[in-house]
Design a protein around this ligand. Structure first.
Ligand SMILES: Cc1ncc(COP(=O)(O)O)c(C=O)c1O
Length: 384
């Protein structure tokens, strides 16, 4: 076993984070309000462009909860979601007593298949059971094909929400992630391309609605001297200390995208001669950040499951992960409505996420490459 464990995706600080955090200490803004929170929100919106505003909150999941409430999702409503995602894309649907409907992936980007969504919306419209919203997930740093999705959401009166938790830094037809729909979420969880240790943001075009969400996130305190509450609230604000980390991290976002893409390019080159090992494709509609480098292992060529690879790499002190288990295959969502699902299932059954930290040293990446090559060559030729 090697001396140092290689993790999947770790925080990578720049040079300014400590300064912003230090300022919070020096000025005693050790709270959920302060100059770093205001600055971070302003700088996120500036970075994204596209006439959007940002609200810094405690997590991406919290951000999604606020948006779903703001657009009026409630008990008995339906909300459609890409099935191939992390559960944080769906929990807030349950918090509001609504029902998720899962939509399958396509194979160009591994994101939601617009044709499947069209099929579902057509049937739902005929039955008078249209969903209130559709949450389009941008998987592993790459955009879903949003133009046709946006068009059909407009046609059917369904609100489109971008789950850009994994795609900060990515673009879609020249636009920054999170700026195509009217509502989006970002995540600054510790494993993301930039982090505040934990945190998230609501991105929205309508400043009035964002102000409402801000009030809810702050315990729904009405502007009064007393504690007056006309609506129920949450404690979802981001701390001024953590927002300071975020301000420093935003400054290095472009560098982190470039590094993750370079890591991916090295893997792709190193596995080019391995039959049956293919990367998540980069779709023609935008820049993929390669937040995670993900490969598909064709069982006809390499009869090994992602789980076996994860276990083998773990023996070498390397952390890898299978692709997200689709939501319609999760025990908690047993019986939920799924539109198709076989593409996402196949991606899950063959996909593997490799260490992708922007701080990954070349020698460590070599260790990962050797370990993967060794599992693949040991198993090629046997039956799965
Ligand atoms: C696609 C996706 N959506 C939502 C979330 C939830 O974000 P958070 O962990 O900040 O609550 C995550 C990740 O953490 C995610 O990967």
């Amino acid at each position: 076993m090697s001396s140092k464990r290689i993790h999947l995706s770790v925080p990578h600080m720049g040079v300014d984070e400590r300064r912003f955090v230090g300022e919070a200490f020096d000025t005693n803004w050790l709270s959920t309000v302060g100059p770093n929170v205001d600055g971070f929100e302003r700088e996120i919106a500036e970075r994204l462009g596209g006439d959007v505003h940002a609200l810094a909150v405690s997590s991406g999941t919290a951000a999604l909860h606020l948006i779903l409430r703001a657009i009026g999702v409630g008990h008995g409503d339906r909300v459609a979601v890409s099935t191939l995602t992390f559960a944080g894309s769906v929990w807030p649907v349950l918090y509001l007593g609504a029902e998720p409907v899962f939509i399958d992936s396509e194979t160009t980007s591994w994101n939601v298949d617009p044709e499947r969504l069209r099929e579902y919306l057509g049937v739902a419209a005929r039955h008078g059971r249209l969903p209130k919203a559709f949450i389009a997930v941008h998987l592993y740093g790459q955009h879903a094909d949003l133009d046709p999705i946006l068009e059909m959401c407009r046609q059917y009166g369904v609100t489109l929400i971008e789950d850009a938790a994994e795609s900060l830094g990515a673009t879609y037809r020249g636009r920054q992630t999170g700026t195509v729909a009217d509502y989006s979420i970002l995540s600054f969880n510790g494993n993301k391309i930039i982090t505040t240790t934990g945190g998230g943001a609501v991105i929205a075009r309508d400043p009035a609605l964002l102000t409402r969400m801000k009030k809810w996130a702050n315990q729904s305190r009405e502007p009064a001297i007393e504690y007056v509450h006309a609506e129920y609230g949450f404690n979802y604000r981001m701390s001024n200390v953590l927002a300071g980390i975020g301000r420093g991290q935003l400054k290095v976002l472009d560098d982190r995208v470039a590094r993750r893409r370079a890591i991916f390019a090295r893997y792709r080159e190193a596995f080019a001669d391995l039959p049956g090992v293919t990367p998540q494709p980069e779709a023609p509609w935008g820049l993929h950040t390669r937040w995670l480098s993900v490969f598909s292992i064709d069982p006809a060529e390499v009869p090994v499951t992602p789980e076996e690879i994860v276990r083998e790499l773990d023996r070498e002190d390397i952390e890898a992960r299978p692709v997200w288990r689709p939501m319609h295959m999760q025990p908690v969502f047993a019986g939920a409505h799924i539109v198709a699902g076989d593409v996402a299932q196949r991606l899950y059954e063959t996909g593997i996420c490799l260490p992708s930290s922007s701080s990954l040293a070349e020698d460590d990446q070599r260790r990962v490459i050797e370990a993967v090559r060794s599992v693949v060559s040991a198993t090629a030729g046997r039956s799965r």
